[in-house]
Each structure stands twice: as C-alpha cells, then as structure tokens.
Design a protein around this ligand. Structure first.
Ligand SMILES: [Zn+2]
Ligand SMILES: [Zn+2]
Length: 311
C-alpha cells in the first residue's frame, strides 16, 4: 500500500471525526485490504470489528468504542480539561436502546449511561457530560469541584447548567446553585465549600491593591492561599508569594497558606485554623495584634465549636 493511499484512508477517518465504520471507508480508491494494511502500519487502529480510528484518539475513547459507545461523565470532563477531585469512573455513553458490548478483559468495570442524542463514538460534549456527572458523583464536594471548573473554563454557561441540573435531586441542585464561575482552582472550591458548611462566607479570586489577586478572602482582610505545589515551589512563585504576603500585612491583613495535601486530606483542620483566625478578629481590618478574641457567634454556626477546640 502506497503512502498516499494510507494518507487517504487516515484523512477519511479524520473527516468522520476520528472514528469511522468500515462501510464508510470503502469508497472508490480504497480497497478492503488497504484498511488491514493501514492497521498493520499503525496508521489506523481497529478498536473492534468493523470500526476504525486514527491513533491520536485518546485511549479511553478507543476503549469506549470497544464497548460500542462514547466517553462521557467524569472521564469526558477530564478530557475537556476539567479538574476533578477524584480519578473519574470510566463511564460510557450509549444510545437509548444500545447494549454495551461486554468485554471479559476489562480491569475496571464501566458504568453505562444512555441518551437518545448520544454521539455514536468519541467524546461527549462538556454540558451533557456534566449532566451525567451530577448524577454519578459521590458527594457535594466532587460536584462543586466539577461545576466550578466547568464554569471557570467557560465550558458550560449558567443557563446550560440550570438545564442539566433540572430533575437532579434537591441537594444536588442546591450544590449547583451555590457554585460560581470565579474559582481559581479545585482546591479553592474545596476550602470555600467547607467554609460555607461552617457558616463562613469566602470570596474567590479577589484583587487587593498592591497585592494582586488572592485565592480566597474572608471578611475584609483574611487571605487564604490554597494553590498547588507547582506554582509555589518554582523560584518565581516563591519570590512572588513573599512579596504578596508582605503586601497583605501592610494592608493590615493576614495570610494563611495551605498545601494541596492539607486541603484534600485534612480539610477539617484547615477550616479549624481559619475559624480560629476569625475568632481572633483577623478577618476584620480594624483588628490589632494581641486584642482579645472576638465572640465566636459573629462568624457562623459551627465557629464556637472549632474555636473552643483550638484554644
Ligand atoms: Zn457516570
Ligand atoms: Zn472496558
């Protein structure tokens, strides 16, 4: 098989969106043996009998095709660049009446979703994938991370979000309604949600004069930074963190920094420290160092408990 014939076949598959059935490829100029030859040469992949894709199609989409469907739910969101708290379940989307082609060799058993307008193969769109994830995610925190990441990346609009959340359970709809498009990272979402559960309101991505944008602001001047290791471990990140901290202190505020593992593994302790700081009035710009703690009742319904614990 000549190189030009191979290119013709590969481009034909790409023009079908990365996947094509055998019958779509047997056009004038392409003989059946050309398909087999292209597979042997690594120009095409055959996920299952009668179905071909180009090798750049991600492995999870190829695996979904092996089962006879498209990738959806959390696994599809990750391919769209969405940040999820947990490694996603391998969820596969089938047409309404479709049956999954079971495979003995699968290490992880897949979950299957059905939809009338499902794409036949490949990747589900972020709006529908999020709709499935709202019903598949294990808890409110996982949902909030997915929704805020979708909103922040502009993958899903507020109107589309309202549409896909319609019909979900009441707690899920409440979590969705709480979400904002301003979250700078999933870690930020986790802290803001935990604070919200403790009765404390925090604002995401607030610009402070002379400092820049901070991750979270509690009250007037308590800054909470929760970014991951990658930025803050770099030389530039290390320098700029110290400049920013000094800027916050000069404004009369305070900075609390938490690592990604503290946020993901010890969120109760993180919230406890923030509540203790609030209990000392560190979130109010009128506070001065050494003044007695403010009454806990001012900061939320669980504050008294945490502050009593920490002192
Ligand atoms: Zn799912
Ligand atoms: Zn499988």
């Amino acid at each position: 098989m000549s190189d030009s014939a191979r290119m013709l076949v590969a481009n034909l598959v790409r023009s079908h969106g990365g996947f094509a059935r055998r019958r779509d490829l047997l056009v004038p100029g392409v003989a059946p043996r050309a398909l087999a030859s292209a597979v042997r040469a690594g120009i095409l992949v055959r996920p299952r009998r009668g179905l071909y894709c180009v090798p750049e199609v991600p492995a999870r989409q190829q695996h979904a095709a092996l089962h006879g469907g498209a990738l959806t739910c959390g696994a599809a969101l990750v391919e769209h660049g969405v940040w999820l708290r947990d490694r996603p379940e391998p969820c596969i989307l089938l047409l309404d009446q479709g049956h999954a082609l079971r495979r003995e060799e699968c290490a992880t058993p897949e979950r299957f979703h059905h939809r009338a307008d499902a794409p036949r193969f490949g990747l589900d769109d972020p709006v529908h994938a999020l709709g499935h994830y709202l019903r598949c995610a294990p808890d409110a925190e996982a949902i909030a991370c997915a929704v805020e990441s979708c909103l922040a990346r502009g993958l899903v609009s507020s109107a589309e979000l309202a549409l896909v959340a319609r019909g979900a359970s009441r707690p899920v709809r409440e979590t969705v309604a709480w979400c904002r498009a301003t979250a700078g990272s999933g870690l930020e979402t986790i802290v803001r949600l935990a604070l919200s559960d403790a009765g404390v309101k925090a604002r995401s991505q607030v610009r402070l004069p002379g400092v820049g944008v901070v991750d979270l602001l509690v009250g007037d001047c308590l800054v909470v930074e929760v970014d991951g290791r990658a930025h803050h471990a770099s030389d530039d990140g290390y320098e700029s963190d110290r400049r920013r901290d000094a800027g916050v202190v000069l404004l009369g505020g305070a900075v609390l920094r938490f690592s990604s593992s503290q946020v993901t593994c010890e969120i109760e302790s993180v919230v406890g420290v923030i509540l203790a700081a609030i209990g000392r009035g560190m979130h109010l710009s009128t506070s001065s160092f050494g003044s007695p703690p403010r009454p806990a009742a001012r900061v939320g319904r669980h504050a008294a408990f945490h502050i009593a614990d920490s002192e």
